[in-house]
Design a protein around this ligand. Sequence first.
Ligand code: GLN
Length: 198
Amino acid sequence: MNIGVLALQGDVREHLAALAESDVRTRPIRRPEELADVEALVIPGGESTTISKLAVSFGLLDPIRKRIADGMPVYGSCAGMILLATTVLDGRPDQESFQGIEMTVRRNAFGRQVDSFEGDVAIDDIAGGDFHAVFIRAPWVEEVGGDVRVLGRVSGGQAAGRIVAVRQGNLLATAFHPELTGDLRVHRYFVEMVRQAA
Ligand code: GLN
């Protein structure tokens, strides 16, 4: 199994490392030809407006949209979540999305109070207790369409109840960064999704 990490900007290395520890082959993706070689894709945390702009100039926007429409499994964390959303609030007007998950996300939602925030998140489908989740200028999900499953919400504090993990078919998104905390359960869950899709 070969899983790519979109390598235009953001915490690419951390995702490559988390996937490598989950026993799959990985490669950074910067060109359409490289995308053709992988069965699944991770979109890292970073800056969604920058990743969007680079995806357009590297000719990856349409190929990724097409692979998503054809059923390729994709996991997006933070900026990656924004890039998978059908509707983005507080985005830049020229910001593009790969589309896929029927949801409205608000950019920098936590960041209106603080730049980063840590909290516990329980994720349906993933055993082993709450995630200690790190949010960095993170989005949250304000609304989901009928086919989207809410997998996780913030459990306490000012943001309690906010949706921060969702799945729609082969697409998975979290507002937090499991690639930064050494907890590999989300990556392993995604790898299992890819296995089942294959
Ligand atoms: N605020 C960033 C954005 O809009 C996301 C931050 C992150 O990925 N840590 O893309």
